[in-house]
Ligand binder design. Structure first.
Ligand SMILES: Nc1ccn([C@@H]2O[C@H](COP(=O)(O)O)[C@@H](O)[C@H]2O)c(=O)n1
Length: 383
């Protein structure tokens, strides 16, 4: 293990050995700190999991103590979404990002799927390449997002079908998500999800999981839907099977959304033969606002928004991410006192370990759970 790093041991013995070596080699001041630190971090037993790494456990201890002493009313959580709140893999298979949920869905033509896959195969290796600098990667990431969004817009995706695309996808929130969202909700701690993914899709993921509580705010790339209600290309019966029976020409029709557990009227209209083939709720025509990609995430982007004002008294931040770009998410927080950064290291673990240890306070290697964030939250919240 490189000097100055700490990876918590697999068990108590392994941690004990790490501490003893320090005691023999380092000065007494450091020895004391290590003992204090060990004691403190043992209050969060899950930090001894073999998947947990820390460069500076003493610093982690100090931040945790300070945040706990300050209390829940000073805390906010800022989290990335894809591969941070959602699983990276399940049973050895990659789980989709919010972009991939669309890319793999029935809403996209086969030709477009191939193009999107080609983009993923080209740019994802660049995203996780630890030998390239941010300066080199940034324009390429913008290129990826821009090309992918252009392709999605060409597909004229209907807003009404996003819920089904999410339901049919293999996206999964990490094990322990329910406790994470519920604890934050019950203690009124704001959770800002800051994502370079697709906001409409990720909102649907957390809505379907039943955890889109009022304390959750999402800052992401949102789709702009054309609210015109008809389109010529897709036969209606694919989406509204209840309209296959003949209706009298002058009938007033209620068109129902057919989402499994949500039945709601989407349109009330007079029957007209042209309309019936073409009714939809709105199609994707663009993405709103400034593009959010992995290298421009900063809470400062929220400046002057309602959410930003609400957070002014929340000077302690628990930050969760999975890429080095996520480290900046708390940059604009006013009067920041403490920020504890937890990073999921999902892919190319050996190549990227060192840079993650250098940047995050705690790293979680190939850990598909929310166990560590949950335990840390419980500690900070004094539970
Ligand atoms: N066309 C794209 C563009 C990006 N991605 C992945 O999404 C992730 C960004 O979302 P966060 O919630 O993590 O900010 C990013 O890491 C890319 O790998 C994609 O799948 N398709």
């Amino acid at each position: 293990m490189p000097t100055g790093q700490h990876r918590s041991g697999q068990n108590d013995n392994e941690r004990e050995i790490t501490v003893e070596i320090k005691e023999r080699n380092d000065c007494s001041e450091v020895m004391c700190d290590m003992r204090k630190c060990k004691k403190s971090l043992y209050m969060i037993p899950v930090l001894s999991k073999s998947s947990v790494g820390m460069r500076d456990p003493k610093r982690v201890e100090q931040i945790l103590t300070s945040m706990r002493n300050a209390g829940p009313s000073t805390l906010q959580v800022i989290s990335d979404f894809d591969m941070t709140l959602t699983r990276f893999a399940y049973n050895g298979k990659r789980c989709p990002t919010s972009h991939n949920i669309l890319d793999n869905s029935k809403l996209i033509s086969e030709d477009c799927k191939a193009k999107l896959k080609n983009l993923l195969d080209t740019y994802y290796p660049i995203e996780i390449d630890s030998t390239r600098s941010v300066e080199e990667k940034l324009p390429l990431m913008v290129e990826w997002w821009t090309k992918a969004h252009e392709l999605l817009v060409q597909q004229k995706i209907s807003k009404d079908h996003l819920a089904l695309a999410v339901r049919e996808s293999e996206a999964m929130l990490r094990d322990g998500y329910q406790q994470f969202f519920d604890d934050l909700h019950q203690t009124s701690v704001p959770l800002l999800i800051f994502s370079a993914g697709v906001g409409d899709v990720l909102e649907e993921v957390i809505r379907q999981a039943g955890v889109f509580h009022p304390n959750v705010k999402v800052f992401s790339n949102y789709m702009d839907f054309d609210e015109s209600i008809w389109r010529k290309s897709r036969p209606l019966h694919l989406r509204y099977p209840n309209l296959q029976q003949p209706y009298p020409d002058d009938a007033t029709l209620m068109i129902w959304s057919t989402d499994e557990d949500e039945i709601r009227p989407v349109l009330l209209m007079q029957r007209h033969s042209d309309w019936i083939n073409d009714v939809i709720q709105g199609v994707l025509r663009a993405f709103k606002g400034e593009l959010i990609h992995i290298y421009n995430k900063r809470e400062g982007a929220l400046l002057n928004t309602e959410h930003f004002k609400e957070l002014q008294s929340r000077c302690n931040v628990l930050l969760l991410g999975d890429s080095l770009g996520d480290l900046n998410m708390a940059d604009g927080v006013m009067n920041l006192q403490n920020v504890l950064k937890i990073g999921y290291l999902n892919d190319k673990v050996d190549e990227r370990r060192q840079s993650y240890l250098n940047s995050y306070d705690i790293i979680l290697e190939k850990d598909e759970t929310m166990d560590v964030p949950n335990a840390i939250l419980q500690y900070i919240l004094g539970q």
